[in-house]
Write a protein that binds this ligand. Structure first.
Ligand code: UDP
Length: 267
């Protein structure tokens, strides 16, 4: 499979429908063989910024089974760094498509994260719109450290194929990695603020904004206090990092080609 890297993170550069297929395949193929575990991560510009300063998170992304490029920032970076991104594979758009595609698979899902009551509201939405999918457990994301073992045991006992963890990056990815052996699921995905949208707590950006790659502006408008730092500082930082990488790559190229030419001459 085409797995180029961006910011030293391997990307599964596929279309949305292919990503859905890959996840479902792993959820089904592995059921009954619980030792086979897949971690799925989404990477957007903010995640790339976090990974640049957080080695542990960077390593989790590098070792994830599947990593998808989420949002306009990754698309711009891909174009600039010679890795054209074929689709915006973000968790919020992917999830309903995954539920639809699971029509015949008897998928069992556990929802972990969000404020109290939010995962339960997502469960109601799934049960109403996707009755072929079974939600085998929900748990909010504000449990105390001494409650963590209990939460993990409940997930393992639920017999879920798929676990969605909505704590925000990097906590959710690190949490999945740390507890993967005890979760007893086939696939675990870090989904950020997804539950807030499908519970109706936060409205999603209008379709035209999503199509123009401006969903982040909408999120900023919805939660300015929490997200101003992320976007006001994070976006320029991301672009700067991208330009640095691009100039390093173009400086490295002639030297590489010269070296190749010398080797060729000598051979
Ligand atoms: N959250 C949680 N437990 C925490 C902190 C956050 O469950 O200790 C939830 C929070 O309620 C929200 C999500 O994690 O639903 C984080 O969403 P955010 O938009 O920050 O994630 P992103 O998509 O940007 O990674």
């Amino acid at each position: 499979m085409d797995r180029p890297t961006l910011f030293d993170i391997p990307i599964d550069n596929v279309r949305m429908d292919e990503a859905v297929g890959l996840i479902l395949e792993r959820a089904q193929e592995c059921s009954g063989e619980k030792e086979r575990f897949s971690q799925v991560s989404f990477v957007n510009a903010d995640c790339a910024n976090i990974a640049a300063r957080n080695t542990r998170y960077h390593q989790v992304l590098q070792s994830s089974t599947l990593v998808f490029a989420d949002g306009i920032g990754m698309r711009i970076a891909g174009r600039c760094l010679g890795v054209p991104i074929v689709d915006n594979v973000n968790g919020t758009d992917l999830f309903p498509q995954l539920l639809t595609a699971a029509a015949t698979s008897g998928l069992r899902v556990f929802l972990l994260g969000g404020r109290p009551g939010i995962a339960a509201a997502v469960q109601s939405w799934i049960e109403r719109d996707y009755p072929h999918v079974t939600v085998v457990g929900v748990e909010h994301g504000y449990f105390r450290p001494d409650e963590e073992d209990d939460v993990i045991q409940r997930i393992a006992a639920s017999d879920a194929h798929l676990l969605l963890v909505a704590f925000g990056a990097p906590r959710q990815e690190e949490w999945i990695q740390r507890h993967r052996a005890r979760l007893g699921v086939s696939v675990a995905i870090g989904v950020g603020g997804l539950f807030d949208y499908y519970s109706g707590r936060i409205p999603r950006a209008p379709l035209f904004m999503r199509k123009c790659g401006l969903e982040w502006c909408w999120r900023w408008y919805q939660e300015p206090r929490r997200l101003t730092r992320r976007y006001l500082l994070g976006n320029p930082l991301f672009l700067l990092r991208m330009l640095c990488q691009s100039s390093q790559a173009s400086q490295a190229k002639p030297a590489g080609s010269a070296e190749k030419a010398v080797r060729h001459k000598g051979s």
